[in-house]
Structures are given as structure tokens and as C-alpha cells.
Write a protein that binds this ligand. Structure first.
Ligand code: IPD
Ligand code: CA
Ligand code: CA
Length: 265
């Protein structure tokens, strides 16, 4: 049996608790698909409800820590050095459309550094977790990034910038370059799970622009602890503030960056 630090147990416990209600809500959203009004308002309510449970659970266990949460924003803690970064439902568009690919994402930031993260897919009961220096896990088993070296055999994930999102100008050339040299590209609609899948060796890499800190904070810890490399698409290290990310195996990080930036490996 794997053993986790106290903070990791707090994060996993909060996610599991919030997931009970979220799963029930997802079951109802499936029913709502047929109504003409659509499930959008209901889903916003599910997002807010999930965040509230996470806020309560994390706050009860660590009353001094601050928060950065998607729905309720920033909240300072009495311990200014520590905060939780939370996305209650990453993959909301999937959730609304009855597609079972979404996750709860929680990261811990200490003194400006990401030190722990969990990404929990409640439908498939997949708990991806990682803590700085302790490696990355999927349901208590150690995970590592893929060992595949060949670009032609590699599978990549991305996010397609939708209406009003940054990064639309450069997206198609980048995708064309990656698609011409790789085994394929996936767009499954949850940045947190995209990063978790890189950590688990399912994708060799992932890139996206126009994201928010809560989409990627936990996933960054996962990929790093699984032995992968994470940067901005331009190679910089300000992913949380710019929302630009490129994560891949050590063998392919440079190559994926070249493809995305200049169209050649
Ligand atoms: C979204 C997902 C998606 C990404 C979007 C994000 P949300 O988060 O991570 O994969 O492409 O840019 O906004 O809105 O479902 O929490
Ligand atoms: Ca998100
Ligand atoms: Ca969200």
C-alpha cells in the first residue's frame, strides 16, 4: 500500500468527498440533455457546489492556507506562503454534453512553488497524485512518462482554442506540423487530464495556450514527478501566469516545442 503525506491525504480526501455529489449531478445532466433549455445553468450550479465542498474540506483540514479557485477567486490565508489552487470541474464542456471526461484538480503552492497536485477523474475512479520529490501515482501505483523515442510513433494532446480564446492565430500551423510528424493528436477537453495522461505515459506530450493557473497547476506537478519536462510553449517557465504550456517526455519536449513554434522537428 502506498503511503502519502498528510497534505496529500487532505487533497485526496477532499476530492473524493466532492466527487460523490458531482457524480450524482453528472447523472442528472445526462437526463437534462433532452430538455430544450439545456443543462448549462445546472452545470454552473454543479461547479459551484463542488467548489464549495472542496473549499470546506480543505479549509477545515488546513485553516491557515489561502485559495485560488476558479469560481470564487483568490482568498488570502493567515499563512501567506501556502495556498490551494483548485479547479472544481475541469472539462465542463464535456460535463454539459454528457461526455464522461472531466476531473477535479487541486494543487498546493508553497512559497510560490508547486509542491503537490492531484487530478481525480470521478467517473473512472482514477486518482492521479504527485508530491515534489515523492514521484507520481495513479491509484497507488507509480507512474512514469512514456519511454517512446520515435516521433512518428508518438501521440500528442492539445486544446483547440474555441471562440474568443487566445492562441487562435498560431494554432492551425502548429497542429499541422505535429499531425504531419506524429502518430496522432487528441483533443479530449480537460487540460488537467491531458497533463495527467502525459504523466501516466499515455501521451508523449501536450501543448495548449490560453489556460488558467487552476487548469494546469496540479498537472504540472504530476508531469514533473513522472519524469517529464514542462515549460511554456516558447520555452519559458511562467506557465501559471501566461497560461501557455508544453509538457512532454524528456526525449520529445524539445522536438514538440520546435514543431509547435516553427513547424519543423
Ligand atoms: C477547460 C479545459 C479545456 C481547455 C480549456 C479550459 P474548464 O477548463 O481544461 O481542456 O481547453 O481552455 O478552460 O473550463 O472545463 O474548467
Ligand atoms: Ca479548467
Ligand atoms: Ca472548471
Amino acid at each position: 500500500m502506498a503511503s502519502y503525506s498528510a497534505n496529500m491525504n487532505v487533497m485526496m480526501g477532499a476530492a473524493r468527498k466532492a466527487a460523490v455529489r458531482l457524480k450524482r449531478d453528472y447523472g442528472e445532466v445526462d437526463q437534462l440533455q433532452v430538455s430544450r433549455k439545456g443543462p448549462a445553468d445546472f452545470v454552473t450550479a454543479a461547479d459551484i457546489r463542488t467548489e464549495k465542498i472542496l473549499r470546506e474540506e480543505l479549509g477545515r483540514a488546513r485553516p491557515d492556507f489561502g485559495f485560488l479557485m476558479e469560481e470564487s477567486g483568490e482568498e488570502a490565508g493567515s499563512d501567506a506562503a501556502k495556498r490551494w489552487i483548485v479547479d472544481p470541474v475541469d472539462g465542463t464542456t464535456n460535463f454539459v454534453h454528457g461526455i464522461a471526461h472531466f476531473a477535479i484538480s487541486i494543487a498546493l503552492e508553497e512559497d510560490g512553488e508547486l509542491t503537490a497536485g492531484i487530478v481525480f477523474d470521478p467517473i473512472n475512479e482514477l486518482m492521479f497524485s504527485a508530491e515534489k520529490g515523492a514521484g507520481a501515482m495513479l491509484n497507488d501505483r507509480r507512474i512514469r512518462v512514456s519511454a517512446r523515442q520515435s516521433l512518428a510513433e508518438s501521440l500528442f494532446a492539445t486544446g483547440i482554442p474555441f471562440k474568443g480564446r487566445k492562441g487562435q492565430d498560431n494554432f492551425l500551423p502548429a497542429m499541422e506540423a505535429v499531425m504531419n510528424h506524429s502518430a496522432g493528436i487528441r483533443r479530449f477537453g480537460s487540460a488537467a487530464l491531458d497533463l495527467a495522461y502525459v504523466a501516466a505515459g499515455r501521451y508523449e506530450g501536450y501543448w495548449e495556450n490560453g489556460l488558467q493557473a487552476w487548469d494546469i497547476a496540479a498537472g504540472i506537478v504530476l508531469v514533473r514527478e513522472a519524469g517529464g519536462l514542462v515549460s511554456e510553449v516558447n520555452g519559458g517557465s511562467g506557465m501559471l501566469s501566461s497560461g501557455s504550456i508544453l509538457a512532454a517526455t524528456p526525449a520529445l519536449h524539445g522536438t514538440l516545442g520546435n514543431l509547435v513554434r516553427r513547424g519543423e522537428p
